[in-house]
Design a binder for this molecule. Sequence first.
Ligand code: SF4
Length: 240
Amino acid sequence: MVTLTINGQEVQAEEGAMVLDAAREHNIYIPTLCAHESVPPYGACRLCLVEVSRNGRQRLVTSCLYPVEEGLVVKTDSETIAGNRKMLMELLLARCPESNVIQDLAKRLGVDKTRFPLEDHGNCILCALCTRVCEEIVDVSAISLVNRGVQREIAIPFYDNADACIACGSCAYVCPTGAIKLEDIGDTRTITMPNNSTEFKLAKCNVCGRYWAPQKQLDYIAGKVDLPSDFFDRCLDCRD
Ligand code: SF4
């Protein structure tokens, strides 16, 4: 364990833990949009900026990527931090003016409007949480970040090739701003991204008749694990 100080409070943290984790462990609030426990930290949104000082030297770092150290002094709410976070929130507000998540967080951080020109990116903040989960957890890499600069966006290959997608919905589940949406109606699951919408067939339970899971996801699992051919004929509720 190492001992550090956050906002004047001495706290202990596991060696190797990040400052953000240590703060959360002790109920110290640091805003963030792109941190998720299922994937390693990435530092995309940069809202988790904190000020660290060591041996009299101060600097701003992203707390999700900065490891705790013995004797480290951390401030999470100085004027410098607040100013930087406000600027970041203004940029996010300009990028996602319709997002309730961004609007609420902006208010919490003292920002009620943006000085930057409004753009509409379908609520996507480019945190890449969806692509990381798709690649690192689901293991299919069906989506990626494409293009550069202001054209940067999340996309399936060539904007219309969803062959690799198994319709699991993990990307929609982790998206912090609701930029990816999932809707199940009847025998169809629709996954909608800011620049594309794809429909997938749902499998029907042989017992209760409910459409219960994407057929592509079931085929994907069946291809990975040795299962009886009728294993997915029943939904989870109708299993013994
Ligand atoms: S729904 Fe498709 S794109 Fe989203 S995580 Fe699953 S496989 Fe990847």
